[in-house]
Design a protein around this ligand. Structure first.
Ligand SMILES: [Cu+2]
Length: 151
């Protein structure tokens, strides 16, 4: 036992290192255009990602006031209510209710030619959870949407 203890301790000391080696910071890019569409229908996030960076690029030409887009993530059951409530807010609020816990992550609203990032921890996601990303610009929420899967 006394001989094995140092070996055991050495093995235990390695555990945090291997956990760190497995943890990944992941990134995805998504585009939106002047036709009110995202170029992805589904975003798959590997389960070993500890954080996710989402880069939204508006590849259109129209200004944010006319054809602004953002990227908002919520549980699918909140998608409709957030879309409707967001439509009553201002662009400075990213067309979202302020400090709303149902919003898991979101970017600001951008116009054509712009791009923006949001980084968030995947600790806010459950494996097998039902998540929808969407644009909360007034009138866009029901058309500009997709599914996010945390695998
Ligand atoms: Cu939009």
């Amino acid at each position: 036992m006394t001989r094995r203890l140092p070996v055991l301790l050495a093995l235990l000391a390695l555990l945090p290192l291997s956990a760190t080696a497995l943890a990944r910071n992941c990134a995805i890019a998504i585009e939106a255009d002047d036709l009110m569409t995202f170029n992805l229908k589904t975003i798959r996030v590997p389960g070993d990602c500890v954080q996710l960076r989402v880069t939204l690029k508006h590849v259109g030409r129209m200004p944010a006031t006319a054809m602004g887009h953002n990227w908002v993530l919520a549980e699918t059951r909140h998608h409709r209510d957030l879309g409707l409530a967001g439509g009553r807010m201002k662009i400075a609020d990213a067309y979202l209710p302020r400090d709303d816990a149902r919003v898991i992550a979101h970017t600001p609203v951008i116009g054509g030619g712009q791009s923006v990032d949001v980084v968030f921890p995947t600790s806010r996601l459950r494996k097998g959870g039902d998540y929808t990303y969407f644009c909360s610009f007034p009138g866009h929420w029901n058309m500009m949407k997709g599914r996010l899967v945390f695998e």
